[in-house]
Design a protein around this ligand. Structure first.
Ligand SMILES: [Zn+2]
Length: 115
């Protein structure tokens, strides 16, 4: 399961960061997830809540902020934004699959509350 390994990675980063700075527990972790990653946020949340149990993040709340996909079509030059959860994008203007993604591949921790 894709989401489980992502949750594991995020937890690892958060826990390491916490240890490095001498904190004992994590209260919340905020992550941004671009829709072009194909990550299902429900599955990510579920995996996180299972994996956190034996860590200093056991009481941590995972806050997921989803970012829409923004792209620009290489054929007609039009910019578009999409909230669809697909990895392959089609230009809504001309139907071309030749698009450049401007954003939507983000997947990282933006904020952490520790104590
Ligand atoms: Zn187009």
């Amino acid at each position: 399961m894709h989401e489980a390994s992502i949750a594991y990675e995020l937890l690892n980063i958060a826990v390491n960061e916490c240890h490095k700075n001498g904190y004992k527990s994590i209260d919340s972790i905020k992550v941004v997830v671009g829709r072009a990653t194909g990550v299902m946020t429900d599955a990510l949340l579920f995996a996180f809540n299972v994996l956190k149990k034996d860590t200093i993040a056991k009481n941590a709340k995972l806050i997921i902020e989803e970012l829409p996909v923004r792209g620009v079509c290489k054929d007609c030059g039009k910019e578009f934004e999409s909230n669809e959860n697909y990895i392959i994008f089609e230009c809504p203007n001309c139907g071309s699959f030749s698009v450049n993604l401007l954003s939507g591949k983000e997947l990282n921790i933006t904020e952490m509350e520790v104590s």
